[in-house]
Design a protein around this ligand. Sequence first.
Ligand code: SAM
Length: 206
Amino acid sequence: MFELEKIPGLAAILYNAVAARGFKSLYKKLAEEIVTEVKSGKVLDIGTGPGCLPIEVSKLNARLEIIGIDLSSKMIDLARKNSEAAKVDRVGYELADAHNLPYPNDSFDFIFSSSSLHHWRYRNQVFREIRRVLKNDGSAYIWDFRKDASKREIKTTIVSSSFYALYLSWALKFHGLRTEEWRALDNRFSVRWNGALACLILKKND
Ligand SMILES: C[S@@+](CC[C@H](N)C(=O)[O-])C[C@H]1O[C@@H](n2cnc3c(N)ncnc32)[C@H](O)[C@@H]1O
């Protein structure tokens, strides 16, 4: 099936409205994991979308210098507006492609990404880029959905509201990776499984 890479304008506006409300508790959980892993330094968010996750991270640890990148200029506009509204000023946004990160080697202490992996055309190329720009001992947490998760798994691990669980079980037709695709990654890297969500962990020195 044809998979969209960057999210176009109107879909970005819709995604912003849904994500900000529907995934609020998920962003909070992921932000808590991130600030447990990284206490200071430079952090990159790949496929930041409307910036909801870096904003939550910055609220928990304002010392982190975070850059969110996205292929969609509409998403970058929305992310800047959302950061301004949240009065978060240590998060910057740049239009960039994960396949060709515009940063020198060894730039970031930590990298995260949520719900963007399934869009990447050449995953191995992005994994190489992530390792290149990570500092020694740095790691990357790349979260995405399990496309074939049950409604029950969606409700227990992602959204407790029945309305958003219904929306997400429809949206997972177009988002996330099938369990078998996650297992193939798990054979090569480390994957942390959590119901409808999985997290690929890449380390610079692996
Ligand atoms: C489903 S949205 C997720 C947004 C956000 N991370 C979140 O959790 O709400 C996926 C985002 O990844 C971006 N994206 C897809 N391919 C990309 C690439 N190669 N480089 C940078 N961003 C990309 C899309 O434009 C889109 O904004």
